[in-house]
Design a protein around this ligand. Structure first.
Ligand code: AMP
Ligand code: MG
Length: 703
């Protein structure tokens, strides 16, 4: 049996009680159960951690789950040390020796320097422990290491050399205080071992044990921790990723690591994973390390003059892929986030058969005709099961949601029953199973309830909760930089001279991005100046995953967005057969996709909804999203020429689609008047009042 159901990783601390607000250098516990990562736990002090661990061990044991608990301090000392102190080579005897001496209050007051002094005194000449807060206390402990010869006992264990740790279990003060961590940690482990029946690896056989304690060292996964690049307390990242890595290991690989120890480990202990750091790092890394976009992702087929909308969309769909990594969040932070992994039910819903109504439960259904049954004393309610057997032919009072007790598989509705003198009477027939819910009738444990790419809705969160999942892996939000270009633009509220206009696009695009579930970054306005625009694009590429610009995207003299992108060699002018719309400049700037939108607000908004939104959705990991429109009778008449798809600003009144009086693409008032778009197909069309037209509400785009 080499599989572990639950992984715990504990980052220990020898320090005083930490503040309530989570911080580094306190105790952090990372965990994973059945392969699913859980939120790391913060413990302010060692007493809290010991209580938490012993509770958790008890819970896991009761549930029949095997636990591997890995701690980040040395479990043993260099060869020969244990015998010096206890007269025995058995490291566990030393654990008990320490447990009998170390005292530690919840505030963190402890006698570790006294106990270390006692151990140092067992050596002729200087003992191995060194380091203390003040030079003139504890005369048996040298302040500095330089005076110690380490001739009887080596300074480092074999595993310290093999794993490349930089610290020693004899160092009590100055970071890293590994020595103090062992002195305060081993007594706790000694108690957990005795009280909970835990087995200590590699001193004891681990294969049959329910709880295995092991030593680990976060330095092994330093590359993965660095790659995480998140604004998260480092210790928290370490325990989270170590737990993730151990949980994701193939049980056979984990068994190999546990079995792969040299002779010296029997006394000195061993760091789990030593010699297997590459594998651990691979498992510790975020599942999603998105590949970069291809340089030619915006290339258009040669010789095409005007690209139809559908072809343009097909190209975007084929070329773009997610660029965001992932993180684990509690459900309370998951609304609107993009699921990075499938969500698998950890428990069935409902978990056990229960009653769907208030009434009386019995066994086997009822045939046609009047029925009388004696009532069993007691009742079953939601969360308060009936503890006993309902005899054949008897009935029990049951309330909605109550688990069906033994001897009940059918429930008769309270309203259909006469209850008197300890008996119930009702009329059959009633099918066996009536008014009950089968276990798993909604969802079976192990079923995939939601797939990666889904944007979590309130109902999704209810579903995820119901199947026993508390945290989900989600994509990091897609950061989208927004900037406006044009010499004529001024900020609303600022004085505007003749020929100047207020920047309307930026606030519109930023607000749209927020609504669409992306993270907008406001990069302001840039004049029609190539050098300034180049600088701003560089900033944008540093801060964001994608860039939206408006204005300057055509091929004119002042169209610097397209000029710069062309200069960078990764630009394409997409002349899409769409109205409203001017050419879209699509390209890569420092590997970040740029969507160069037309300056006209109406065109900017329509192009964002029709082209940028699905493209950004792909980059964000949402998959390809098509807005669902529906057909409505037109309240207008319009003749449309062939060749371009048209989007009209529209709204619905009395079940009919109205369109805005003017189609001018500078008419922002029409955008605001509208509640959606009417989409007219590429070919010619004469729409008459009452004809069906396709209406796509703004909400269908996600606005
Ligand atoms: P352009 O694409 O730069 O040639 O601009 C087309 C039209 O859109 C011009 O009339 C611009 O003044 C106008 N325009 C460009 N940017 C904005 C903006 N941010 N807000 C409002 N109008 C704009
Ligand atoms: Mg311009």
């Amino acid at each position: 049996m080499s599989r572990f159901d639950t992984i715990l990783v504990i980052d220990w601390s020898a320090g005083k009680r930490a503040p309530a607000k989570p911080r580094k250098d306190a105790i952090w516990i990372g965990s994973a159960r059945d392969g699913a990562e859980q939120e790391p736990v913060y413990c302010r002090d060692r007493h809290e951690a010991e209580a938490w661990l012993s509770d958790r061990f008890a819970v896991e044991k009761a549930a029949g789950r095997r636990v591997l608990a890995a701690f980040d301090f040395p479990f043993g000392y260099p060869s020969g040390f244990a015998r010096r102190i206890t007269g025995s080579d058995d490291p566990l005897t030393l654990w008990d020796w320490l447990a009998a001496r170390i005292t530690d209050t919840p505030e963190g007051q402890n006698n570790r320097f006294d106990v270390a002094s006692e151990m140092n005194r067992q050596f002729s000449g200087q003992g191995p422990f060194w380091g203390k807060p003040v030079e003139d206390a504890w005369p048996d402990i040298p302040y500095r290491k330089s005076t110690i010869r380490f001739d009887t006992i080596p300074e480092r264990r074999e595993v310290d050399l093999a794993a490349g740790t930089s610290s020693s279990c004899f160092q009590l003060f100055f970071n890293p205080t590994v020595g103090s961590q062992s002195l305060t940690g081993l007594p706790v482990l000694s108690r957990l071992r005795r009280d909970m029946g835990a087995v200590v690896w590699p001193f004891e056989p681990w294969r049959e044990a329910e709880i295995v304690l092991a030593e680990i060292w976060p330095g092994l996964i330093e590359p993965a921790v660095r790659a995480e690049q998140v604004d998260e307390i480092r210790d928290r990242v370490q325990v989270r990723l170590l737990a993730r890595a151990l949980a994701r290991l193939d049980p056979a690989d984990l068994a190999l690591m546990l079995d792969d120890t040299p002779e010296a480990a029997r006394e000195e202990a061993w760091i789990l994973g030593t010699g297997h750091a590459d594998l651990l790092n691979e498992k510790a890394r975020s599942t999603i390390t998105p590949p970069p976009l291809r340089n030619d992702c915006f290339a258009l087929p040669a010789g095409v003059d005007w690209t139809p909308v559908d072809e343009a969309l097909d190209l975007l769909r084929a070329r773009l892929s997610p660029v965001t990594g992932s993180e684990l969040v509690p459900l309370s932070a998951a609304l609107g986030r993009v699921l990075a992994e499938n969500v698998v039910a950890r428990r069935s819903n409902p978990p056990q058969p229960n009653t769907a109504v208030d009434g009386y439960g019995f066994s086997g259904g009822a045939s046609e005709g009047a029925k009388v049954m004696p009532l069993t004393l007691g009742r079953a309610a939601a969360g308060i099961p009936f503890d006993g057997q309902v005899p054949e032919g008897h009935a029990l009072r049951v309330l909605t949601g109550a688990a069906l007790p033994d001897g009940v598989d059918t429930v008769v509705l309270e309203e259909d029953v006469l209850c008197e003198g300890g008996q119930i009477a009702f009329h059959g027939p009633l099918k066996k199973g009536a008014n009950t819910r089968r276990a798993g009738e909604d969802v079976e444990a192990g079923e995939t309830v939601l797939t990666a790419g889904r944007v979590a809705s309130p109902a999704d969160l209810a579903l995820i909760s119901a199947v026993g999942v508390a945290e989900v892996t989600v994509r990091r939000p897609l950061r989208v930089a927004v900037l406006s270009t044009g010499d004529e633009l001024v900020e609303p509220g600022e004085p505007a001279g003749p020929g100047q206009i207020f920047d309307a696009n930026r606030i519109m695009l930023i607000s749209m991005l927020s609504r669409l579930g992306f993270m907008p970054i406001d990069l302001g306005r840039v004049p029609d100046d190539r050098a300034a625009l180049r600088d701003r694009l560089n900033t944008a590429a540093e801060q964001a995953d994608a860039i939206l610009t408006s204005g300057g995207a055509s091929a004119g003299d002042e169209d610097h967005v397209s000029a710069l992108l062309r200069e960078a060699g990764a630009m394409q002018e997409w002349r899409i057969a769409v109205k409203p719309g001017r050419p879209l400049a699509l390209g890569l700037w420092a590997d970040k996709p740029v969507f160069g939108l037309p300056g006209n607000p109406v065109a900017a908004m329509v192009c964002t909804l029709v082209f940028a939104r699905p493209a950004l959705g792909l980059l964000a990991g949402m998959g390809w999203q098509e807005p669902q429109g529906f057909d409505l009778p037109a309240a207008f008449e319009k003749r449309k020429k062939p060749g371009r798809r048209e989007y009209l600003r529209a709204r619905v009144r009395n079940g009919r689609a109205e369109v805005f009086a003017s189609e001018g693409s500078g008419r922002i008032s029409g955008l605001s008047w509208a509640e959606g778009l009417v989409e007219l197909e590429d070919g010619a069309r004469h729409v008459r009042p009452g004809d069906l037209v396709r209406f796509i509400p703004y909400a269908a785009f996600g606005l």
